[in-house]
Design a protein. Structure first.
Lengths: 125, 404
């Protein structure tokens, strides 16, 4: 599989096909006498910014630290959790709403949407 | 039957979405100063927007993907980063101009300055988007947008000289003020070719769940919707020529443009203009706000959809909320909607290549579109679009400086 073409920037969906985010970077393991092996996908503004420039990565990291809503700047999904790869998306065996990738979504739902009467999102919160 | 209804609504939406403050401001000025001489810019812009809208609908119907998500997936974030930032800038400026237009319509009927109205108008737009579903927004924009047909009716009542009107469809050199002539030509095309049009249309195709069986419908809707929208704009140019140019009046504010319908409709022409301005800008502002939220959400892979309640896509809802707030602040601090529109429309034309080239690359990817990829005619036409855009880009800079 051509990782850059088929995987990087692809839409990730969870078990229920809710959009989880995109493959912002790929972490690979270098091995002696063997081709590199993909360890996990990474999601987050910091790994995404790194692909554009180191300065932008520093800015994203500083913003992440300042707001501290997301538990970690990089959210890794191991390759072993991939359940399906289609032309449209990569499906992973998680529930989006419970992941770090949804920390901002949950925070906004609680502090912004609920207060303005935009529904509860049907979550247990 | 269902498809026939969708076609009718699609065409109406096309007209509703086509006509906005950009067309009003550039059309009224063009008619007032150059009579029918700039109709060719409207014709060229319309041919270009039909091609782009048809392509964006075809792309999304076949691939099930909107343009921003497809560009990032297939060309990568490094390629998409610059067009993405340019698009956000153009969306916010266009949204500011549309909100300014609604606020100015309120100034026309109440006498209270537009700057006072800007933030309340932004808040009402937000409430509309927060509460309404995609179809409610689409249909109300479409049906209320019909009020703009008053320009076609007015144009007919003025009995414009047919030969002169037809001659205006061919490009000609200006007899006076060349810098203003070319700047207006660029701005008319920028108003017709506002990038939000085809980015919104692409996401709308997904919201409406169109698939490959809608390719013919898509072509018909693109041609007739945009075509009828252009007829309305042509009506405005013709009326402005008959009302203002014959008296030597130049239009350089919305206040002056507001008099354009007073000869055709002596008692209520002024109020009708204000109503048309408000309705056209409300329709466009809702489309621009959603287009902004679609573009950002699709780029980052967030959950999105105007028919979902905001709690299901909080980041999507936050994007249009922040967009509306920033955009409303621009007229609220007193930036004149007329001047803002002129600058924004010229920028639209200047930056068109940046936001269309990645999309054009995708339209030729046979892995994605198979037999629905661009054919020879469409490719030649799209290359022409890019070339014209580049020429507009190069011509715009000195004209912006000289034209003021």
């Amino acid at each position: 599989m051509d990782l850059i073409r088929e995987v990087l920037d692809k839409q990730l969906v969870d078990r229920n096909e809710d959009r989880l985010g995109r493959v912002d970077s790929i972490a690979a393991e270098l091995r002696e006498d063997a081709p590199p092996r993909v360890v996990q996908f990474e999601l987050g503004f910091v790994p995404l910014a790194r692909r554009i420039s180191i300065r932008l990565e520093r800015l994203a990291a500083a913003l992440h630290k300042r707001f501290a809503v997301r538990r970690s700047a990089r959210y890794g999904i191991p390759w072993s959790q991939v359940t399906d790869v289609t032309m449209h998306h990569i499906q992973v065996d998680v529930i989006a709403d419970e992941t770090v990738a949804y920390d901002w979504e949950r925070w906004l739902r609680r502090h912004f949407v609920k207060r303005l009467g935009g529904g509860s999102g049907g979550s247990s919160e | 039957m269902k498809k026939a209804l969708q076609i009718a609504l699609g065409v109406l939406t096309g007209i509703g979405g086509f006509f906005d403050i950009g067309n009003l401001v550039t059309g009224a000025q063009a008619g007032a100063q150059f009579r029918f001489q700039l109709l060719w810019a409207l014709l060229l812009g319309t041919l270009m927007v039909i091609l782009l809208v048809e392509m964006s609908g075809r792309f999304s119907a076949v691939t099930g993907k909107a343009i921003p998500e497809a560009v990032r997936e297939h060309l990568g974030m490094r390629v998409w980063a610059v067009p993405f930032i340019v698009l956000i800038l153009l969306h916010v400026l266009t949204l500011a101009a549309e909100i300014g237009g609604i606020a100015f319509a309120l100034q026309l009927v109440t006498g209270v300055p537009f700057a006072v109205w800007a933030l309340p108008v932004g808040a009402l737009m937000w409430l509309f988007l927060w509460r309404a579903t995609f179809n409610a927004i689409e249909y109300s924009t479409a049906i209320l947008g019909m009020i703009a047909l008053c320009f076609v009716f007015a144009a007919v009542t003025h009995h414009a000289p047919r030969n002169e009107v037809l001659a205006g469809l061919l490009p000609s050199l200006p007899s006076q003020e060349p810098a203003k002539y070319w700047l207006l030509a660029v701005s008319i095309m920028g108003a017709v070719l506002a990038p939000y049009m085809f980015y919104f249309y692409s996401s709308g195709t997904i919201e409406d769940e169109w698939d490959e069986t809608y390719i013919g419908v898509n072509r018909f809707v693109a041609i007739s919707g945009m075509g009828f929208g252009a007829v309305v704009t042509a009506g405005l140019i013709i009326v402005a020529a008959m009302v203002f140019a014959s008296k030597g009046i130049q239009v350089d504010s919305v206040n002056q443009a507001a008099l354009v319908l007073t000869e055709a409709f002596p008692f209520w022409g002024y109020a009708l203009f204000a109503a048309t301005l408000a309705v056209a800008c409300t329709g466009a502002a809702s489309e621009v706000s959603l287009s902004l939220a679609y573009t950002v959400s699709q780029t980052f892979g967030w959950h999105w959809g105007e028919s979902l309640e905001p709690a299901k896509d909080a980041r999507f809802a936050l994007t249009y909320t922040v967009g509306l707030l920033i955009a409303a602040l621009i007229p609220a601090i007193g930036v004149d909607p007329f001047k803002l529109t002129m600058v924004t429309m010229a920028l639209n034309a200047m930056l068109l290549p940046v936001v269309t080239i990645p999309f054009l690359l995708l339209m030729n990817d046979r892995r994605l579109l198979r037999e629905h990829a661009n054919g020879l005619f469409t490719n030649v036409a799209t290359v022409a679009i890019v070339l014209i855009s580049v020429v507009l880009f190069l011509v715009s800079i000195p004209l912006l400086v000289r034209g003021g």
